[in-house]
Write a protein that binds this ligand. Structure first.
Ligand SMILES: C[S@@+](CC[C@H](N)C(=O)[O-])C[C@H]1O[C@@H](n2cnc3c(N)ncnc32)[C@H](O)[C@@H]1O
Length: 418
């Protein structure tokens, strides 16, 4: 009897649910690629802020716009200090006690309820059901970090974004960070929607179809939402407009493409018949104990007429991606053939980011190929390739709107006295 109730309790807790890294909102690409790319780009600015806060004995105040179930909090709390050594296990950037206040706001009551169920008992965390465009920030203390992550600002029109950014800039203090995130106008996964008319806002009917397995997707009736697709030029226009309206020097520290060729819709082909299921395959790379067909990772990009610069970027990126995957395939064959087949070469003309990624994979495979710690290909080499492809994206992206996400990290420059 006791046994039965113990299992029942465990099942009811929700902790017994089978989660997988291969599908769903929090798949491996979200956790190990997208969240980590965000963290790696934000890291130097957060480290600086944390040092400043410690010196002044102040806590951090965080505002999470379109917080979902507390995703912005999880993103930041998972940040690591840049300089932590290998022998140091305590490397979180925001140590316990440093968070003074977190406010998450979202229109969706279900997500707010989920956030409260997870974090509601924490006295310095508040979740509000409401519209972030209507926030009254005049009555609030300055925030140190404002986040609107994972396409959240694509819910707004350009002018609304400029007004929102103006309010955030007026509220913040010298050194405050604002992280803005839109859908990229030229992501390959929605190539049929590309348009060169930058004077028109470009919107899409976005389907959250990707969270279902392929078979189920075909039979489900799904509602869509309107989301804006942005390029670099439109992001710069929003920031310039907010700079003028607020009178605050909003410095753009970084503008980057995130999830180039591995966005959510690359697997669904809902908006591009040529798309290959690359996210699914990268999810498999990261999954321990599963081997991935590496040939299936090779990209064959189909260009679109009239988009010269974008086509040129994808050709460069796709050929570097393929060179790295091909290099790993050749290295594995080299070791299988007991070195009878030649070790593949790294060519001088390759971009630096590609040469670095190849060198990482060469070192990793050379040191692990004879290891007897289980299936090293599935559990060490393939995740290593996932990280190397992620590094390649970080090194080669140009912040043009060619990823699923186009992200800006902004820092406020205000008078010291403010
Ligand atoms: C793309 S999701 C991102 C969720 C979350 N930040 C994450 O990292 O996964 C966008 C979120 O913004 C919310 N949202 C959209 N427009 C909003 C608005 N005007 N005010 C408040 N929340 C909004 C949606 O309900 C949704 O939860």
């Amino acid at each position: 009897m006791h046994e039965r109730s113990a299992y029942n309790e465990a099942v009811k807790s929700g902790q017994y649910e089978k989660v997988t890294g291969l599908l769903g909102k929090y798949d491996n690409v979200r956790r190990l690629w997208e969240d980590e790319v965000m963290r790696l780009f934000i890291q130097p600015y957060l480290d600086r802020m944390v040092d400043r806060k410690r010196k002044m004995r102040e806590g951090l105040r965080i505002l999470d716009l379109g917080c979902g179930s507390g995703d912005g909090y999880e993103l930041l709390i998972g940040m690591k200090r840049g300089e932590a050594g290998l022998s140091n296990h305590a490397n979180t950037a925001i140590e316990p006690g440093l968070l003074e206040f977190y406010k998450g706001i979202d229109l969706n009551p279900g997500l707010i309820a989920q956030a409260e169920a997870i974090y509601g008992r924490n006295p310095n965390m508040v979740f509000v059901e409401g519209n972030f465009n209507e926030l009254d920030l005049d009555s609030e203390e300055p925030y140190d970090i404002c986040l609107a992550s994972y396409g959240t600002l694509s819910h707004n029109r350009l002018k609304q974004n400029a007004r929102l950014l103006t309010k955030l800039a007026q509220n913040g203090r010298n050194g405050s960070l604002i992280v803005c995130d839109w859908l990229g106008r030229y992501s390959y996964e929605w190539q049929t929607l590309w348009s060169n008319d930058l004077d028109q806002e470009q919107w899409m009917d976005y389907l959250i179809s990707y969270i279902y397995p392929e078979e189920e997707r075909k039979h489900r009736e799904l509602s869509s939402l309107d989301l804006a697709l942005l390029s670099r030029r439109e992001v710069l226009a929003i920031i310039n407009s907010a700079r003028r309206q607020s009178g605050v020097n909003i410095r753009m520290r970084k503008l980057f493409d995130r999830s180039v060729l591995v966005g959510r819709h690359i697997d669904t082909r809902d908006y591009n018949p040529h798309a290959q299921p690359l996210r699914q395959r990268v999810n498999s790379l990261f999954e321990p104990s599963i081997r991935t067909d590496l040939e299936g990772l090779l990209v064959s990009y189909v260009p679109k007429d009239g988009f010269h610069a974008v086509n040129e970027f994808y050709r460069m990126f796709g050929s570097s991606w393929n060179a790295l995957v091909g290099y790993v395939i050749a290295l594995l064959r080299h070791y299988d053939a007991r070195k009878a087949s030649p070790q593949p070469e790294v060519e001088r003309h390759h971009p630096r980011a590609l040469r670095m990624a190849m060198a990482e994979m060469r070192r990793l495979i050379a040191t692990t190929h004879r290891s007897e710690m289980g299936d090293v290909r599935a559990s060490i080499i393939e995740p290593g390739l996932g990280y190397a492809l992620r590094e390649l994206e970080m090194g080669l992206q140009r912040g043009m709107g060619c990823g699923h996400g186009l992200v800006a990290i902004l820092e406020l420059e205000k008078e010291r006295a403010s």
